[in-house]
Design a protein. Structure first.
Length: 69
């Protein structure tokens, strides 16, 4: 069949007292498919801290300071 709908974003929200601290890494499992045969899929991310600070992980290229996952 032909796909007519797709998920466009996924939001993870930390429970109070269980957020990711500055400098920490957290992995988030995500199962997807089928996906286009493009060789690479970028998943831009926006990280929002409890103080309202926003970090955008959406850059491309080998020299990216905040690369998209």
């Amino acid at each position: 069949g032909v796909l007519t709908e797709a998920v466009t974003k996924v939001i993870w929200t930390a429970q109070p007292g269980h957020g990711i601290e500055d400098g920490q890494l957290q992995l988030f499992p995500l199962s997807v498919g089928p996906v286009p045969n493009t060789g690479k899929i970028l998943l831009p991310a926006i990280q929002t801290y409890s103080d309202g600070t926003v970090v955008r992980w959406n850059e491309t290229g080998t020299d990216a300071e905040k690369p998209a996952p």
